[in-house]
Design a protein around this ligand. Sequence first.
Ligand code: UDP
Ligand code: MN
Length: 574
Amino acid sequence: MVSINKSFFYGIIVASITWLVSVFFYLHLVRNQNVNTNPSTTKLEYIDKLQDSTDDLENVGLIRSPNDQKIKEEGYKIHAYNTLVSDRLSLNRIIPDTRNALCKNKTYSDNLPKTSVIICFYNEHYHTLLRTIHSIINRTPSKLLEEIILIDDESDIEYLHSNISDYILKEKLNQVKLYKTERREGLIRARIFGARKASGQVLLFLDSHIEVNNGWIEPLLERIKEKQSNVVMPIIDIINPDTFKYSSSPLVRGGFNWGLHFKWDNLPTGTLNTREDFVKPIKSPTMAGGLFAIDKKYFIDIGEYDAGMNIWGGENIEISFRIWMCGGSLELIPCSRVGHIFRHRRPYGSPDGKDTMLFNSLRVAHVWMDSYKDFFLRQRSDAQNVDYGDISSRLQLRKELKCHDFDWYLKNVYPELPFPSEDKERLKKKWSAVEKDKYQPWHLRKRNYVDQFAIRLTNSDLCVTSQKDIRTKGSGLLLKKCTSSKNQVWYETDKNELVLSQLLCLQSGKTKPILYKCHEMGGDQEWKHKGGSGTAIYNLAAGTCLAAENKLVNASVTMKICSNPELATWDLVG
Ligand code: UDP
Ligand code: MN
């Protein structure tokens, strides 16, 4: 009996192996045929199709070796985003089309103006910059694209410049022109440098870590064609810096506070009444930063940028004030979408270590804000006695252009901005005038729970428990006897967050998971598992899995490479 069973068992194993091997060769054959024999499918397109599936995006961050870990850590240090993921994604990857359905039926003039796209970069990650360029070439009709001008702002990453230059030659990207500044200029002067090289009728400024979406350029150019002084911006979608997941941004507009920091505001009440309103241009008091299109002649006429500004910061507020106060208008175009990697920190400083945002903001205040500059100066006590260079030519420009004063701007363009001196009642009234119910920005949306469970280490009676009180931000996690108490009940959301007792989110942390305020941006708070018993719990940003130090009460909970199931297999118990 035993021996019959044994040979029967071996028979099945041999048959299974033969079967698996043939399936493998069959799939291999089919795959190669697809790539080689179908003339309409290039190799790159084939890879894109693979990477379009959500499954691949989830696993693309997986750390498989110490070398992966090293690439990832170095990347975060230099670029402040996940370069391991960026390297693994295709340069031509497909992203979700985030436009409103109404945009897809719109038609545009045949003779839209030709555009010079201007991208300056300082130490950008090579592969990410190439993806920026590819996305533009892939999604811009060539008759609208005069050129792509790349300005290397004296990057100091070895071989970056020559690698880009070689790539342009090798791939015959004739419309891409690469320049280098003579010294580190900062993004403001680097953009002026690029604009002066441009020969297109329209200048389109972009950051070096973006991906443009379908039909992004036509609605921008149409609006400039209608009126030369329309300065227009795409909606900036979000590319998650940890996972590279591309997601849609809500319709909000640009504002600022009295510290002259840019902020997103809800739209004024009544902006979004009809379906059409969701695709119409939206007037915006300020622009977020580097993503906008402007007629070249108009850009020169209104004084380019303030070349006295250094490195980064404040130039977006300056050009916004100038556009509005000197006769132009600034609008968001909902049908135009460009994804941007929003980093958690900026990975560079200024060469002399000075706060260029403060220096530049002082220039804005003294040139454009008249007596309202006192609000800024009072708010920024650190600004006292700080030098802000020579502003005489900018004051002269304001005079020559016969611009409105700042009081006009506040009354006509940004009446919602509260003054520091206003009492609470008036503030309330102002804020009740902004759209609340119809379109909530992501950070105000309610959480949707889809499941609830304790996380128990498989083959034990130990559950993941908060080390400190369930309300303590930054608390670590330990194994404790499963008791179903509040500090062991996890609520799962439709965004794959794990929220302890509906309060704080499980976040992968640098080395160990912690509890933290839910930020709804996915990444380090986004967890995947297959549910039930014996599952791994994988974090998308970390590329690693939830694991216990050992199988004892009070063992700490950490993050480990997923391919090692010991102490990283869990039961989700309801
Ligand atoms: N940049 C530059 N020189 C600098 C600083 C920044 O050319 O000294 C470029 C940078 O590579 C990017 C753009 O300017 O393409 C905007 O900078 P960043 O993305 O750091 O700003 P953020 O998006 O965080 O506002
Ligand atoms: Mn940026």
